[in-house]
Design a protein around this ligand. Structure first.
Ligand SMILES: Cc1cc2nc3c(=O)[nH]c(=O)nc-3n(C[C@H](O)[C@H](O)[C@H](O)COP(=O)(O)O)c2cc1C
Length: 170
C-alpha cells in the first residue's frame, strides 16, 4: 500500500483514541497516521487525499470539545478530491435521541466542502430513536458503542477497515 491515510480524532475520556489506534493497527504497516485534532492545523489536512475522521458525541448531540474548537477551521480546508471516512463512539441507550450526532455534523460540513464520503455503515444491530448521522437509512460511518456493545467493537472495526481498503482503492 503506497497511499497514506490521515486519521484525525478527538476524545474526552480516551475511548475514541483507543478505537483510532485499533483502526491504525488493523490497516497494518505505517499506512495510517494519527492526528489528535487539538494538535492539527488546516495545512495538516492538505497532506492527505484519504482521510478518516473520528469523534464521540458529547453533551447531548454535540461535537467533542476539540472538534468544536476546530469546526470553524473546516471552512478553510478544500476537501475536493478527498475520500473521507467517519467513525464515532456514542451511547445508544443513554442518548437514544442523539446517537452519534457528532459524525453526522462533521460529515455534513465536510461533504459540503467537497469531501466524498466513504465507509457507510448499516444501522442493523443498533437500538436508538434519532441520529444526525443517518443518511438514506445508513450511518455516515462506523458507529461504535464501546460502553454498551463492547463485545461487538473488534469485529465491527475489522469489517469496516476491510470495507475501507476497497473503497479507498488500497
Ligand atoms: C455527559 C455525556 C453526554 C453524552 N452525550 C452523548 C450523545 O448525545 N450521544 C451519544 O451517542 N453519546 C453520548 N455520550 C456517550 C459518549 O459519546 C461515550 O461515553 C464515548 O465513549 C466517549 O468517548 P471518548 O472517551 O472518546 O470521549 C455522552 C456521554 C456523557 C458522559
Amino acid at each position: 500500500m503506497s497511499k497514506k491515510i490521515g486519521l484525525f480524532f478527538g476524545t474526552q475520556t480516551g475511548n475514541t483514541e483507543s478505537v483510532a489506534e485499533q483502526i491504525r493497527d488493523e490497516f497494518g504497516g505505517d499506512v495510517v497516521t494519527l492526528h489528535p485534532i487539538y494538535e492539527a492545523d488546516t495545512s495538516t489536512f492538505d497532506e492527505y487525499e484519504l482521510l478518516i475522521i473520528g469523534s464521540p458525541t458529547w453533551d447531548i448531540g454535540q461535537l467533542q470539545s476539540d472538534w468544536e474548537s476546530f469546526f470553524p477551521d473546516l471552512d478553510e480546508i478544500d476537501f475536493n478530491g478527498k475520500l473521507v471516512a467517519y467513525f464515532g463512539d456514542g451511547d445508544q441507550y443513554g442518548y437514544a435521541d442523539n446517537f452519534q450526532d457528532a459524525i453526522g455534523i462533521l460529515e455534513e460540513k465536510i461533504s459540503q466542502r467537497g469531501g466524498k464520503t466513504v465507509g457507510y455503515w448499516s444501522t442493523d444491530g443498533y437500538d436508538f430513536n434519532e441520529s444526525r448521522a443517518v443518511r438514506n437509512g445508513k450511518f455516515v460511518g462506523l458507529a461504535l458503542d464501546t460502553g454498551s456493545q463492547s463485545d461487538l467493537t473488534d469485529e465491527r472495526i475489522k469489517t469496516w477497515v476491510a470495507q475501507l481498503k476497497t473503497e479507498f482503492g488500497l
